[in-house]
Design a protein around this ligand. Sequence first.
Ligand SMILES: [Zn+2]
Length: 267
Amino acid sequence: MTKLLFLGSGSAFTVGTDNFQSNIFIIKDTGEKLLIDCGSDLRFSLYDLGFSYQDLTDIYISHLHADHVGGLEYVGISTLFDPQCQTPNLYISQELVSELWETSLAGGMKSLQGKIASLNSYFNVYPIDQNRYFYWQNIKFELVRVIHIDNGFYLMPSYGLYFEIDGVKIFFTTDSQLCLDLHYQYYEKADLIFQDCEITIYPTTVHAHYTELVNLPAKFKQKMWLYGYQPTNLPDAKQDGFLGFVKKGQTFDLAITQQKVYLRKLN
Ligand SMILES: [Zn+2]
């Protein structure tokens, strides 16, 4: 059965080795892996759990902050020069493709010996159009456009994911303000929600904050895991009605989750 594995569950600026940035593997029982986001911690978080860049065949990018794209230079160059590696597949909203290259990656990756490189020199790019879905291993991943930052001129979105594996419906918010009205249907229909959660006492306002999430209806909190948090003392999330804070290295076996969901629906 399929598993989710959190290489890290922390915020962008997580420090120390207790946690890493929130990058997540979906691992099929046949061994195929999809990496959700590829941050600058990846060189450490991968090896910490016994993986390497050679495990990176399929990568999804939600938005362009460095804790989500900062590892792509490492992955792109390492796989390019390793004859054992196939070119990794990169799934990303069409809206972000040129900006990813021009503003995040080209500075370090444009020049190869004897060649001007492009994003396609390193990755098989699958731009996701306005219909907002892609398939990996016959699983349909629906992109959910969430509000991350309003800079006063335009919105910087992130693209969360909604998908169903082994009968379990999963909503990953990725980095997002709390927009319950906008995304109510996903909170309603998901069996399991992985919710971005800031806990700092100095809120950035571009992430859902624990003090807001704690006021959500119990029916949402009881299927909600919190991640993307700062390295500080954690509130007692279980006491507050959540499933808990995801820890670094935590694995979710979806067969077991499916049984729990079934039992929850019976009650
Ligand atoms: Zn972000």
